[in-house]
Write a protein that binds this ligand. Structure first.
Ligand SMILES: [Zn+2]
Length: 257
């Protein structure tokens, strides 16, 4: 049976699909060879060493991919291309923040669907995914996002790390969290979403959210739910040694604050 599009009721394409890292980056970033790391707590690990950023996620239909998703990609390029390539500083205003939130959620959903096994349900509800596709609506409940800056030894880097987290110890018992870190050039995006494991508990009950250690506050600015315009880059940046700790910050320290 063909897979369903992550954002609508059409069938997903069998080949091609959404670029893990957008195609325009191939022309925009000088080609030096890329390493794209991709890992998940389900134990799956993939590493890409390529001359071009070719990874494609066959989880969406052609119509979504060629319309609203490609519009989001175009707008991201217009606003963030120099920040991604050169680390050029930015003041990100409300429209830019809404765009960044839609982009981060779009990539998180695609990577979530890419790693789903057949008996696993997608982390984000169908209503949430359809609203993103229809109107770029991003929920402000049980969903948080941060932006940071990355300066590794390699001229350009890409990383994607989706993780499904849960704990059997109260008060986190019964909860599930999806943490997703996405590095594109000099920009680091991170998302953490929560839900009840049991479907019958969903709807109504407040979802306790994981709060990261304040240690990271100088390097990762929270941008969703929206509070104020953002100056990027933040005072501190991530390097090759700290980015992995940042990727694992919810996994290694799963608790409420
Ligand atoms: Zn679709």
């Amino acid at each position: 049976m063909p897979k369903m599009c992550a954002f609508c009721s059409n069938d997903a394409v069998e080949h091609g699909g959404e670029h893990g890292w957008d195609d325009w980056l191939n022309e925009w970033l000088p080609v030096t060879g890329y390493t794209a790391k991709y890992s998940s707590t389900t134990g799956e690990k993939r590493e890409y060493k390529k001359k071009r950023l070719e990874m494609q996620l066959s989880v969406v239909c052609e119509r979504c991919n060629n319309n609203w998703m490609s519009q989001v990609t175009k707008r991201i390029k217009q606003t963030f291309a120099y920040a991604i390539r050169d680390g050029s500083s930015l003041c990100i205003l409300p429209t830019g923040i809404a765009l960044l939130a839609a982009f981060t959620l779009m990539k998180a959903v695609c990577f979530n669907h890419e790693i789903l096994s057949e008996d696993e349900e997608p982390f984000f509800t169908r209503a949430c995914r359809e609203r993103l596709g229809k109107s770029l609506e991003v929920p402000s409940v049980a969903l948080r996002m941060w932006i940071g800056a990355f300066q590794g030894k390699a001229l350009h880097s890409t990383k994607a790390s989706p993780m499904l987290l849960s704990s059997s110890a109260p008060p986190l018992q019964g909860m599930q969290y999806f943490a997703f870190t996405y590095v594109v050039g000099k920009i680091v995006l991170q998302l953490c979403a929560g839900r009840w494991k049991n479907v019958h508990h969903r709807g109504g009950s407040i979802i306790p959210m994981l709060a990261p250690d304040p240690y990271w506050d100088q390097a990762a600015i929270k941008f969703w739910p929206y509070t104020a315009p953002i100056e990027w880059p933040p005072p501190k940046h991530f390097g090759d040694d700290t980015i992995q700790q940042f990727i694992n910050r919810f996994k290694d320290d799963i608790k409420l604050r």
